[in-house]
Structure formats: C-alpha cells, structure tokens
Ligand binder design. Structure first.
Ligand code: GDP
Length: 690
C-alpha cells in the first residue's frame, strides 16, 4: 500500500460467541490475504492469531490483538474480539476501535444467547455489521433458520446475499445473488476459487432468493424500492452502493454463508468486507473533550490534523516487551515525536512503531489517521487512555471498567517465588484493567479479583506458563464492596501532642456516593493555604489506604467521591504521615455516618430449556433469590427464562440445573451491576467477620 488512502482501510472485528468459528475464519482470512502460507487448524493448535500458549490449548481467543492484512488493494486491520462472556470488557474495548464487524454464527445452533449479548453491545457502539453463517457443512446446518433468528432474536434486518451449494461433505460452493453466479472451492487446494454458472437445479430457487434480497434492500432504500417496483433490471453497482449505504447506516445486515473449516465462502466474505463495510471516512468522527478548554473536539480522520489516538490494548510480548495498540483517529503518530497522555498529562517519546502481521512485525515510521498500530516501550501507557499531540490534548470518552465480581487468593508454591509472582501480577494487571490485585489485610494473602471464574483461571494459567511461577489458589469467592448511600461532611482529626514531637493534622472532607465502578474520586478545594500544598496528596494516600477494609464486613470500599474542603495544620507537628492518618480517619467517620451498605454482584442469567421444564427452571432460579425478568419462546418447544440472581447464589447452579431439566437445560450469565445486599445476607456476613 502506498502512503495512505483512507477509503481503502477497513478496521474490522470478527465477532462471535465461543466455538462459532471465529478463530478458524480469521485464520482463513489471513491465509487468503496471502500472509499466512500454511493453513492452521484450531484443533491442531497452530493458528496465527492465537499466539498465546493457552489460547492454543483451550482453542479460545482471549487477548485482542490487531492484525493487518491486505486484500485487493485494501488494508484490512482485524481487531480480535474475545468470544467468552467473562471478557466483556475486552469485547467492549475492541468494539470501540473497530469500524465494522463480521458476526459469525454456527449454522446449526444459530443465534446463541451469548451472541445476543455481544450483538447488543455492538448495537450500543453503532457498529455496522454483516453476518457469516459458518459451519454450513455440519449435519443439521440451516441457513434459513439462522436468518430467522437474526431477525427475531437480534431485531436486525437481514439481507441474504448467498445460498450454499451442497450439504455436509458435499458442500463445495455458494450461489451469489448479486452477480447471479456460483463460486466453487476445492477442498484439496484452498487457494482455488472457480466462478461458474448456477447449477440448473438451483436456478429457480436462486432467482426467487435474489428477489427476496432486492425486496429486503428495497425495505430500507428508496431508490432500490422504486426501481424494484417499476420492474427495472437493477445492476450490480447500484445494488452494492445501496447495500453499502444501508449497512453503514445500520439499517440492514448483509448475510453470507460458508464453512471456514473447509474454505468455502472466504473470498466472497473478503470481497463483501471491502464492498460493504465502512472505511474510517464513512463514519462519524470520534469525539473527545479538550483538556485545555473543556470543549468538545471532533477528531477528524485527516492526516493534517493534530495527532489523536486511543490506546485500546496493552500486551507484554516475550520478545519485545510492552506493546501498546493504538487506533489513530486524527493526524499522524510518528516515531521520535513526543505525545501526551491526555488522561494524565504525562509526556512520552514514541520509540518504535510496529504493525502486526499474521507472522511478523513490520517496523514503520508513522501510522496515519484511520489506521491501527502498536507502540513499543511506551512506559506509562494505560488501556483506554487517549494519547495526543502536545498542543491539543483531547480525552476521548474514557472506557469505564466494572468492578470485579469474583476473587481468589493466590500464593507461590515456593517461597522464593514471591517476588516473581508480584512482577507477574503487576504486568498482567497493567495489560488487563479488569484484573485487580490486593492484599487481604486480615489473612495477609494476595488476592486477585476479576470478571468471572474463567477470567481468573486464565490469569493463573498465564502466571504458570509465561512467568514460570507455580502457584496455589484458594476457592473462588464473590467480591463484595462497601459504599455510602448519602452525602456527609466529616472531619478527620489526628492530634497527638503529649510532649516531644507530636502529630497534628485536621481535614474536613465532603463525601458523596460516586458513580458505579469509579472507585475513589478525590478532589481538593483547598484555597488560601488552609493546609500546605504538599499535604494534599497525603490526604488522598490516607483515603486510599483506608479503602481496603470497610466497617460492615471488612470488604473493600468503592464508588465514593471525596472533596477536601478545609483543614488545619501545625508548623512543627504536622507531617505527611499525620495527614495520611487524618484522611484515613475521615473515611472511617464517613462510612459511619454516610449510611454504609454492602454491595454484591448481580448477574443476568439466561436459561434455555425445553418448555416442559420452564416451571422447574423458575423454581430453581427463585430458590436462589432470583428475580424472573422474562420468559420467551426460543424455538419450537424451547424457552429462554431470564432472571437476575446474586452471584453468591449461583455456585453449583450448573449441577442443579442439569438435574432439574434432565440434562437438557443450558445457561449463560453476565454481570449486570452491583446492588445492595439483603439485610439477611448482611447480618450473615457481619457474623463471619466478628
Ligand atoms: P471460536 O471459538 O469462535 O474461535 O471457534 P474456532 O474457530 O476455534 O472453532 C471451533 C470449532 O469448530 C473447532 O473445532 C473448529 O475446527 C470447528 N469449526 C470451525 N469452523 C467450522 C466449519 O466451518 N465447519 C465445521 N464443521 N467445523 C468448524
């Protein structure tokens, strides 16, 4: 590719629930775009995007990485999105930086509950999408059923562009309704694609389906509607440009089909990515807030604008160290130039820049607006922060991360590994903001907290493998928090002046409930030197140290806004330590007077089971303090029961569901929010602490 032509860039994600074939599809795309010279099979464990050992073993893609490939003069950046629900924060982060998505489904199971979750997340970020109905070679694969589910369950407007030729082992091609041709593939030689006439036995059906395709476009596009009603012949370019427009406007989703495993339909998928998904120019520009003026700034996709980019992923690479993946929205990210982290004000020089390909890293001098690349050795980079030109620091809407819901204690098997474990945990939590590490004050154990059991499993696995530390873990426990429910203004007073060098610090702090997931937000409104400047950060330090343990059940304190408004000091007896102490005392006082409550994670649970068992499923969920929020028919004779249940009550659910439904029920769950625990649970927990 020459310097840049923004209209020829596609930043896409392959979005799918686990096992739908995302890895295989990505792998095939990389093969066909010419950068992978050998076909990898997930089952053999040698794919290219899944470069972490355990991903290979588990066959799931956990880390999002961006990979660049080229197809037909276009540069396609594939942003890897994890499929497992435990990693929704990663999915969200990826969804923000991509411009379009290919959503893969399993042609047998169709739209799974987890695909629904991810789909709705993509809705939230207005990501234009198309669908790839994969695994059409499997017994029972049903394109029409899947399309119906896309419509009914996802509320989308599908436009079906293809039908498969053959079934199961004989599936060897697709009919394309836009050009009315057939494409055939050779299982022996995946690079072959043969264009041919539509086989006679499928011709009538293909014509009927082409009409349906045109009707579906006509539903959302006036020009096609007029032409179609007038019975005009509509040419390829008109169809493509109309379909492209309605796809980008999120009015329709083109649907393609094939089998990634057997290489059927991958080249048409790539052509559709280029033809139908947006370039960075086609979308609303990213908006941010100027740090200097507080005004809204549009980050236009133009190389002549000041540089603005978003760090969406930090990874530590065993060979090159820390890699910060950046989506450049405006201007040019250049090697050797200095940028500022707009969220923190810290400046840093850009050392080396790379673009990641399937099988190598390419060192580059610059990355242009609209493109994606990685910076090596950016010391202070944090996921979700904006890095920009020094002259115009802009914060693009920060990504908020939910509090962790589950935790487990972790210890090195060998004492001498303690330091290495510390380093590993620091490195991993830098990469992954949803992973938190703290020390349990009461037991002195190191505790890791995250978004689900699998999330923590993966962390522990990486500690073993990448950092070579053998560890033992406790049983997973629900993560509770404490917070206040009303605003209070309290004093924190540390005064010890009984002879000799004393201690003196008094602070007046206004506390109020904070937004969920914000932790402690601290601000100083000290004017006129009521306390000297150097003590202001000390007060924050004291507050933070007191967050570790709340008064109700010894759980960490969160979501509190603290504003330092006044204080007193003593020329001789005041010190930073004294002000730290006063800060901690203030927080304790606030918890005492601010109507403190205990928060527990509430999960949204979807149970899918035959309708005969609906009563038992409801009983099972209600018995676990669940609130049923809906019952929906799913397919013939099968229903989905939705409920909200405290995570603490979900342990062992898989087993009891199995026995309640004779093994026919399945479920998924996802964190929704933290909520005040019931009085009963609170008393129970307080007993355990005392
Ligand atoms: P991911 O979890 O979405 O990344 O899915 P994978 O690509 O790892 O695929 C999951 C499983 O489905 C693997 O065993 C694949 O070999 C298999 N698979 C992927 N694509 C197809 C396909 O088109 N047909 C069939 N029959 N199996 C497939």
């Amino acid at each position: 590719m020459s310097t840049f032509d923004l209209s020829k860039i596609r930043n896409i994600g392959i979005i799918a629930h686990i096992d739908a074939g995302k890895t295989t599809t990505t792998e095939r795309i990389l093969f066909h775009t010419g950068l992978t010279h050998r076909l990898g099979n997930v089952d053999d464990g040698n794919t290219t995007t899944d470069f972490m050992d355990q991903e290979r073993e588990r066959g799931i893609t956990i880390q999002s990485a961006a990979i660049t490939c080229t197809w037909d003069g276009h540069q396609i950046n594939i942003i890897d999105t994890p499929g497992h629900i435990d990693f929704t924060a990663e999915v969200q982060r990826a969804l923000r930086v991509l411009d379009g998505g290919v959503v893969a489904f399993d042609g047998v199971s169709g739209v799974e509950p987890q695909s629904e979750t991810v789909w709705h997340q993509a809705d939230r970020y207005n990501v234009p999408r198309m669908c790839f109905v994969n695994k059409m070679d499997r017994i029972g694969a049903d394109m029409d059923k899947t399309v119906k589910m896309i419509k009914d369950r996802l509320g989308a407007h599908p436009v079906v562009l293809q039908m498969p030729i053959g079934t199961e082992n004989d599936l060897n091609g697709v009919v394309d309704f836009i050009d009315m041709v057939a494409y055939y593939y050779d299982p022996e030689d995946p690079s072959v694609e043969k264009k041919a006439e539509i086989p006679a036995n499928l011709l009538d059906e293909a014509h009927a389906r082409r009409d349906k395709m045109l009707e579906a476009i006509a539903d959302v596009d006036d020009e096609i509607a007029m032409a179609y009603l007038d019975g005009e012949e509509i040419d390829r370019d008109t169809i493509i440009s109309a379909l492209r427009a309605v796809t980008i406007a999120n009015k329709a989703v083109p649907v393609l089909c094939g089998t990634a495993l057997r290489n059927v339909g991958i080249q048409p998928l790539l052509r559709a990515v280029v033809d139908l998904l947006p370039s960075p120019l086609d979308l609303e520009p990213m908006k941010g807030e100027s740090v200097l003026t507080g005004e809204e700034v549009e980050c236009l996709p133009d190389v002549n604008e000041p540089f603005a980019g978003l760090v969406f992923k930090i990874m530590s690479d065993p060979f090159v160290g820390k890699l910060a993946f950046v989506r450049v929205y405006s201007g040019v990210l250049r090697r050797g130039e200095t940028i500022v982290d707009a969220n923190t004000g810290k400046k840093e020089r850009i050392g080396r820049l790379v673009r990641m390909h399937a099988d190598h890293r390419e060192e580059v001098e610059e990355i242009f607006a609209g493109d994606i690349g990685a910076v090596l050795g950016l010391k202070n980079a944090v996921t979700g922060h904006s890095i920009t030109d020094e002259s115009l620091p802009v914060v693009m809407e920060n990504i908020t991360f939910p509090n962790p819901v589950i935790e487990v204690s972790i210890a090195p098997r060998k004492r001498e590994d303690q330091d290495r474990l510390g380093i590993a945990l620091q490195r991993l939590s830098e990469e992954d903001p949803t992973l938190q590490v703290h020390t349990d004050e009461r037991t002195d154990e190191t505790v890791i907290a995250g978004m689900g059991e699998l999330h923590l499993d993966v962390v522990v696995d990486r500690i073993r493998r990448e950092f070579k530390v053998e560890v033992d873990c406790g049983a997973p426990k629900v993560a509770y928090f404490e917070t206040i429910t009303r605003a209070v203004s309290v004093e924190g007073r540390l005064v010890k002046q009984t002879g000799g060098h004393g201690q003196f610090a008094v602070v007046q702090i206004e506390f109020e409930p904070g937004e969920p997931g914000t932790g402690l937000v601290y601000e100083s409104k000290i004017f006129g030197g009521a306390i000297p400047k150097e003590y202001i950060p000390a007060v924050e330090k004291g507050l933070r140290s007191a967050l570790a343990e709340g008064p109700l059940a010894g759980q960490p304190i969160t979501d509190i806004k603290a504003t330092l408004v006044d204080g007193k000091f003593h020329e001789v007896d005041s010190s930073e330590r004294a002000f730290e102490g006063a800060g901690a005392i203030a927080l304790r006082n606030a918890m005492g007077r601010g109507a403190a409550v205990l928060l527990e994670p509430i999960m949204s649970v979807d149970v899918v089971a035959p309708a005969d068992f609906t009563g038992d499923v409801i009983g099972e969920l209600s018995g676990r303090a669940g609130t049923i929020s809906g019952i929906e028919p799913r397919s013939t004779g099968v229903q989905t029961v939705r409920a909200e249940v405290p995570l603490a009550r979900m342990f062992g659910f898989a087993t009891s569901l199995r026995s309640a439904t004779q093994g026919r029920g399945t479920f998924t769950m996802e964190f929704t929010r933290y909520q005040q625990v019931s009085e009963e649970t609170r008393k129970e927990m307080a007993k355990n602490v005392a």
